[in-house]
Structure formats: C-alpha cells, structure tokens
Write a protein that binds this ligand. Structure first.
Ligand code: SF4
Length: 369
C-alpha cells in the first residue's frame, strides 16, 4: 500500500486555537500576566484555579477582582472545548465524550472507572495521518494537531467531572491517563510532551497526576521514541506492534515502510534502558490476519531478544468498525495466542475492552458524527 508519510514530527500551527493558559509553562504564564499589566503573583493564582480547583471559567475565579477576571478571560481563556455529547455504558462507569473545538473540529475522550483507579483515554490529534486500515480514525486522515491546551483540558474536564460526582460510582479522583484516543501522539511531539508536563507537574504548574500513571502510545516513530527517552520523563511507552513480521506490518501499520520492526524495537530498547521503565506492546488481534500461532511464537521470540523481561504484551480483541471486513479473533484462538507469547518468557494478557457498545474504539464516535 502506498501512503504519504509525515516527514516532520510537528506540522505548522495550522488552525490552532488562540493561546490558552494551559499552553504556557510557568515562565510564559508570568510573561503573559505582565503583558496585561498585572502583578506576577496573579499568574500562579490563576494557574491554581485552573490546575488545582479545575476551574476553567475566569468569571468563577472569585479570588480575583472582577476587572482582572475579564482581562484574564479575554487573554488566556479562549473558548477551547465544548461538549457535543456524553455517551455512557458499563452501568455508567465508562463515559465517552465527544468534544467540539473552537474551530468546529471534533475529538473524543473516554473515561473508564475501575474499583482501584479512574483512567482517561485522550486524543492528541483530530483524526490521524497514520492510515492503519483497521482503525476508524485512520480512515478519515489527519484533520489537525491538537494544541497543548486542548490536550490538557480533556484531562482537567474529566478530573472535574469525577470530583463533582458526575460519573457513576460517586465522587472520585482521576488517577491514570492514556494517550490512546485519536491520533499518533508522537506525530504531535512538542505539544504532547508539553501536555505530559502540565498533566504531571504539581500545582500551580500542572494537574499533579503521577508520571508513572501516564501512558504514551505510538505506532513506532523510532526517532521520536528515542527523543522521548531523553526527555527525563518516566511515563510508560506503549508501542502498537500488531504483528512481528514486516511483510504484514507494512500493510497493517503503513508507517512500518519508513521504520521497520527492527528499528522500532531498537528504539524501544533505548527507551527502556534510558527510563528504566517496562514498555507495553499493543497487539490488536484480528481474525485470520495476525492471530496465527507462528506469529505468537515469533512475537515472543523477538520481544524477549530485544527487551528481556522489560516488556508486557497487551492483546486487544479488535473492536470492529461498522462496515469493516476486520473482525476480532475467536476466544480459543486468542487464548492460544496469549499462551504462546507467555511460553517465550514474555508476559502477555488480554486487555479489558471497555465501551464496545458505545463505539469507544478511537475515532468511532467522531466518525459517526
Ligand atoms: S490505529 Fe492509531 S495510529 Fe493507526 S490510524 Fe488509528 S489512531 Fe492512527
């Protein structure tokens, strides 16, 4: 298959929303406040409202004088994301939100509540340019990158909804973030890394979620994986491999034509070496496509050779997109696949797939709209 592959990690700031507080680091925040003729201390005061109180409406920042609220609102809180709809399932414990950005762009996030944690799956791009043929988002192509603030605000909004008891199970705390919604996070590299810093820094610089509870996924942009390894972060890297052989992967994950499996695994090993973190390998199991016993053996062998025990394989039963020829593997095939990968000394489990009935696979809700 011929696809046009992105040549740069960060496309120009096309269609980006105006600057928002969450786009700025501490220094940028202070400079912005000074530009407005306000004393520097207001910068941290506003940031505490946003990151600690989860307040995104300056009119409600009651510890600020009214005139300041208006100025701040105009300069640092442009309209960012508005809810188009929430769709819930799993007795309300899974909630998908379809958002509309200021320019009309649609994007999604999914909140999943478990007994011991609450995980938010967020989007890093509107659409995706990676063209994986089994994925709803991939079919529509890339619309645009999301800004840092558009990424961060998905998290702030979910944390506020949980705190305020809007999600079944009573008031709670958002604990985990996975960059597994729409888009290839490492194709929007600078904004995603800035968002990770805002999400994980303590207030007033960020939302204070532990770096260890953040997962950044990628289809394998090898140079960007190496760059991420050098950022000094300790987030978990999840590499979507989907098959251990280049021949099939060239079709399933077209970016493999640019960075084949050996290069992806080299970069992944570098990430594990630099960060000391175990990496995840994601494997969407597709009936009669990549679910063969020999592929399970080959996957286990290659991963064990490249990463030893510093890897965990998540098998994801494919969530078929409407009208697609791709389907999930039968349960016995799935079980045999998992058994064989484990037999190579590589831990492998089947991922709980929440939200199937609300089209929670990335891009499905936006595609329907
Ligand atoms: S699977 Fe992920 S990387 Fe591939 S097209 Fe879909 S969103 Fe993009």
């Amino acid at each position: 298959m011929t696809v046009s592959l992105p040549l740069v990690f960060d496309a120009p700031r096309r269609g980006m929303p105006p600057r928002h507080l969450a786009d700025l680091d501490a220094e940028g925040r202070r400079a912005a406040v000074e530009e407005l003729g306000l004393p520097k201390f207001r910068a941290d005061q506003i940031a505490r409202q946003y990151y600690a109180r989860l307040q995104a409406d300056p009119a409600r920042m009651t510890d600020l004088p009214a005139a300041v609220r208006e100025k701040i609102g105009d300069a640092l809180f442009p309209p960012l994301l508005s809810v188009v709809k929430h769709v819930a399932c799993d007795a309300g414990e899974t909630r998908k939100t379809l958002w509309r950005a200021g320019d009309g762009t649609l994007l999604e996030s999914v909140l999943m509540r478990y007994p011991d944690r609450a995980t938010l799956c967020i989007s890093s791009q509107a659409g995706c340019g990676m063209a994986c043929p089994f994925c709803a988002t991939g079919q529509g192509g890339l619309n645009r990158n999301l800004s840092t603030a558009e990424i961060v605000d998905q998290v702030r909004a979910a944390a506020a909804a949980l705190r305020d008891g809007e999600v079944a199970g009573g008031p709670g705390r958002l604990s985990n973030i996975v960059f597994m919604g729409m888009g290839e996070p490492l194709a929007n590299y600078k904004r995603v890394v800035a968002a990770v810093r805002r999400i994980t820094s303590p207030a007033p610089d960020g939302l204070g979620i532990s770096q260890r509870n953040v997962v950044v996924s990628t289809v394998g942009l090898a140079p960007a994986i190496r760059k991420l390894a050098d950022e000094g972060l300790s987030v978990t890297l999840a590499v979507s491999l989907h098959t251990p052989d280049d021949e099939l992967r060239d079709t399933l994950v077209p970016v493999n034509n640019r960075w084949p499996i050996a290069e992806v695994l080299d970069a992944t090993r570098y990430y594990a070496d630099k960060t000391g973190r175990r990496v995840s390998v994601e494997y969407a199991l597709i009936r009669d496509i990549n679910d063969h016993p020999w592929r399970a053996d080959m996957l286990g062998e290659k991963l064990h050779k490249a990463l030893g025990s510093r890897v965990h394989v998540n098998v994801i039963p494919l969530n078929p997109t409407p009208g697609s020829k791709w389907d999930a593997s039968p349960k016995p095939v799935e079980q045999e696949f998992v058994r064989r990968v484990n037999a190579q000394g590589v831990p492998c489990t089947v991922r709980d797939t929440r939200g199937q009935e609300i089209a929670a696979a990335c891009g499905q809700l936006a595609a329907e709209n």
